[in-house]
Design a protein around this ligand. Structure first.
Ligand code: NAD
Length: 356
């Protein structure tokens, strides 16, 4: 069987996870790389053994010259519409990084471009593929909690207060983003929330800008409501001090700690900041460990996500996070900003729900 040949655009920070994962997936070949920064391009091409002839400074020349089936887009959202347009016109299947788009119109445009060209389009929402969330999903599917009452999701980091202008950051563009936390990370959180609990009917958000070193918001809470009585909240901050096992050090990078509590009629799931997951049964008598402590397993999440992408291409099955599916995740992201700006609740699919 011939291999699926990948052409990746954007050989920056996060591309290491994509390339590391592609290298581990059977039936896949990293064929070509593209970046407008020649140094970054050369560094990754050398590391992953991509020959000189398959290194490109722009997508148009990669599409015109490289023998590829798939374009893996690992650039920021401001570039996505143009890159998706070119890749779709060339008949390539597309894997596109989050945040998928700068607004809902652009997202719809990309979905339509792919549909009209007859190519498949999936968004790289890897958070839901982390071990901890796959484990929680399995427990929920097995009915270990029964009917759910409440969901609490907490994310903490002491990141933005350390982003002084002289600090070296893996993603320096965070400083200038007008919408930071619930756009950049909200893409992960809302996609994961929808994967585990389904799309809520409404949300209400309060956000804050704490660090003087970033333009956008770096903290906020969101209350989420369902018509069946379940509720949830998110308490997310990149500007909260936290207990660490080791000093933070001079290198300014993320130290994301995530906790979740899911309460149901028959049991509760507890995700601790060290990644361990416990299950408490209905009678509350003791907690069993379902998953041992572990760090966020990003590369493994990419192996699972990219394997799923390839499997769905091969079998014609639907993607978990198609471009179309991501429209709802984006609606929750932009709804968060609408709610926080106007101090109003934002409803999802209200017309549809009222009609039924
Ligand atoms: N899924 C995750 O967990 C995760 C983690 C980090 C970043 N991301 C996302 O990945 C995207 C990239 O982030 P990053 O941190 O790797 O950024 P980065 O700036 O380190 O890398 C982006 C690269 O794309 C190149 N580029 C940009 N536009 C291009 C174009 N039109 N043609 C060719 N090359 C182009 C740049 O030169 C740069 O090398 C962002 O959308 C970010 O949100 C996702």
């Amino acid at each position: 069987m011939s291999k699926w040949k990948i052409g990746l655009v954007g050989t920056g920070w996060w591309s290491e996870k994509h390339l590391g994962a592609w290298q581990r997936i059977e039936g896949v070949q990293i064929q070509a790389l593209c970046d407008r920064d020649p140094e970054r391009l050369a560094a990754k091409a050398g590391r992953y053994g991509v020959r000189e002839a398959d290194r490109y400074g722009d997508l148009a020349s990669m599409l015109a010259n490289a023998d590829i089936d798939i374009v893996d887009i690992v650039t920021g959202p401001d570039t996505h519409v143009e890159l998706v347009r070119q890749a779709a016109a060339a008949g390539k299947h597309i894997l596109c990084q989050k945040p998928f788009a700068r607004n809902e119109e652009e997202a719809r445009e990309m979905v339509e471009l792919a549909r009209a060209a007859g190519v498949r389009l999936m968004v790289t929402e890897n958070w839901r593929w982390l071990s901890r969330f796959r484990t929680i999903k399995r427990l929920l599917d097995e009915g270990r909690c029964g009917k759910l009452h409440a969901i609490r999701y907490i994310h903490s980091d002491y990141y933005t207060p350390r982003m002084r202008p002289d600090a070296l950051l893996p993603q320096p563009f965070f400083r200038e983003m007008p919408r930071l936390l619930f756009y950049e990370m909200g893409a992960h959180w809302y996609d994961t929330w929808r994967f585990l609990f389904g799309t809520p009917s409404r949300l209400y958000a309060e956000t804050a800008s704490v660090s003087p070193y970033v333009r956008g918001e770096d903290a906020g809470i969101v209350a989420l409501g369902y018509d069946d009585g379940r509720y949830g909240y998110m308490d997310m901050s990149w500007a909260t001090r936290q207990k660490l096992d080791a000093p933070l050090g001079e290198d300014v990078g993320p130290v994301h700690l995530e906790q979740m509590i899911v309460d149901g009629e028959d049991g509760s799931i507890k995700l601790y900041a060290d990644g361990a997951i416990g299950l408490v049964r209905r009678d509350g008598g003791g907690e069993s460990t379902v998953l041992e402590a572990h760090p966020l397993d990003h590369e493994e999440s990419h192996v699972r996500l990219q394997s799923h992408f390839i499997q769905c291409l091969a079998d014609g099955l639907p993607f978990e996070t198609s471009g179309e599916d991501n429209l709802t995740t984006l609606r929750m992201i932009f709804g968060t900003y609408e709610s926080a700006a106007g101090h109003v609740p934002v409803y999802f699919n209200r017309e549809e729900r009222e009609a039924t």
